[in-house]
Ligand binder design. Structure first.
Ligand code: UD1
Ligand code: CA
Length: 457
């Protein structure tokens, strides 16, 4: 397809159909909210429109409308289709929002996550370069995936689209398919949609508009998409897994081309929107999810899950789970560490094996080597947290805070019964149960911990 791209898409209205039940997904979740590389599939369609379409798309919703609306919010305008009487009827629901607002209407289905914005822009550009009422994409593919067939006459002109369920054996053999992306002259569309005939299945098929235009003497251009993977439509969870593979592979390739080493791309799972800095190496079986951002020259994995977290430069993370946490530069974590919501590790922190941190800040250079739980704590710089230290942060009713000041030394197996404060450079003996604040520079030990008497006291 020629890459004739429109400079401005003003005057363009977009209708995305998402009201169908998606029966073949066999799911309570509306089809368009099923996730691909971490994003609802409809988000990919919205992404392909963003940056060049300056009007909000109209999303036609029906089945699971509430769920779709709460998942997507205000990024689209909703049109409700109730009941769902087919794709033609669905587009009609966008009429009140669009009529008189635009000269061209682009219609596409929400279950096509692999479409590129280049393809959509080319279609709009070609449609606008001539004066026919309908222009559409087609694709040529061996696997029909249930798509409608494109019928052409002996001169090669498109005459109609026939649905797979209604196709004759000869028509079924046609390999040129209807991906379901169309550009219409706005006035013609609103004029003709109400005239669609009822199909044998009791629906109004948008695809009938093609035959209708041809019967009026118009020429419908069917433009074959160069890369047929773009026109992949999701009807089942098998299709979903194929799309998942394709999107993940695109993400991995983009990462590698941007300077990230993936030791085993196939076992590296990176969601859409994750960023990774140059010269970072990602080891096998690592999952980078949600709003995760990783700096340069890090070593991440193997066997790690990072979700909604920010990791600085030169960090090492081995066999660990990191959720909604933040790491500054030069932090090392793991193996077998768990960072939970609002864990913040300042630069140079070392967190070794079997540790857990939640809603706590560890200051620069602080070390927590082995088997510790730190929750609801503020820990300053250069603190040593001995093996087996626990912040007893829950008194049965409320979460309480532990404060540890700079340079303190927490002996192995210390229980810090919060609320409690350990002063600057104070020390706790191994096995202490600290129930009261420890003054700066002092030493406590025992159960409950009491000050160590020095000579002369
Ligand atoms: C449709 C096309 C078919 C095309 C295929 C490509 C028609 C009649 N057929 O078939 O030619 O090859 O897509 O994927 O258009 N929807 C509504 N309201 C409805 C019915 C459907 O909003 O009443 C939405 C669905 O949510 C979905 C899209 O329209 O996003 C397509 O519906 P679907 O049932 O998947 O159509 P296909 O049978 O795949
Ligand atoms: Ca479909």
């Amino acid at each position: 397809m020629p890459r004739e791209v429109v400079d401005s898409a003003s005057g363009l209205g977009v209708v995305i159909l998402a009201a169908g039940q998606g029966t073949r997904m066999r799911s309570r979740l509306p089809k368009v909210l099923h996730r691909i590389a971490g994003q609802p599939m409809v988000q990919y369609v919205l992404d392909a429109l963003s940056g060049w379409v300056d009007t909000k798309p109209i999303l036609v919703v029906g089945h699971g409308a509430d769920q779709v609306q709460s998942a997507l919010g205000e990024v689209v305008i909703y049109a409700l289709q109730q009941p769902q009487l087919g794709t033609g009827h669905a587009v009609l629901q966008a009429r009140s929002a669009l009529e008189g607002q635009c000269d061209t209407v682009l219609v596409l289905y929400a279950d096509m996550p692999l479409l590129s914005s280049d393809t959509l822009r080319s279609l709009v550009g070609l449609h606008r370069a001539q004066s026919e009422p309908v222009t559409m994409l087609t694709c040529v593919r061996e696997d029909s995936m249930g798509f409608g067939r494109i019928l052409r006459d002996s001169a090669g002109l498109v005459t109609a689209i026939v649905e797979e369920a209604q196709a004759t054996p000869a028509q079924l053999a046609i390999r040129e398919l209807n991906p379901g992306v169309y550009c219409f002259n706005s006035r013609w569309l609103w004029d003709h949609l109400p005239r669609l005939p009822l199909s044998p299945k009791g629906e109004y098929y948008l695809t009938h508009l093609v035959g209708l235009a041809v019967s009026e003497g118009h020429i419908v251009q069917g433009i074959a998409v160069a890369d047929a993977t773009e026109t992949f439509g999701i009807n089942t969870r098998v299709h979903l897994s194929h799309a998942e593979n394709i999107v993940r592979q695109r993400i991995r390739e983009a990462l590698m081309l941007s300077g990230v080493t993936l030791l085993d791309p196939d076992s590296t799972y990176v969601e859409t929107g994750v960023t990774v800095g140059r010269d970072t190496t990602i080891y096998p079986n690592t999952h980078l999810q949600g709003r995760t951002h990783i700096g340069e020259e890090c070593h991440i994995g193997p066997n790690s899950i990072i979700r909604d977290s920010t990791i600085g430069h030169r960090c090492r993370l081995l066999a660990s789970v990191v959720e909604e946490a933040q790491l500054e530069d030069d932090v090392s974590v793991g193996p077998f560490a768990h960072l939970r919501k609002d864990a913040y590790l300042a630069s140079g922190v070392h967190m070794g094996n079997f540790g857990e941190i939640k809603n706590s800040r560890l200051g620069p250079g602080t070390k927590m080597g082995h088997f510790s739980y730190v929750g609801d704590a503020q820990i300053a710089a250069d603190v040593n947290i001995g093996a087996g230290t626990i912040t007893c942060n829950f008194d049965g009713a409320q979460k309480q805070t532990t404060i540890i000041e700079e340079g303190a030394f927490i002996g192995s197996d210390t229980m810090l019964v919060a609320p409690v404060r350990i002063g600057k450079r104070a020390r706790t003996g191994a096995g202490s149960v600290v129930t009261r604040d420890v003054p700066p520079g002092s030493v406590v030990y025992g159960v409950p911990a009491r000050p160590k008497k020095t000579a002369g006291q």
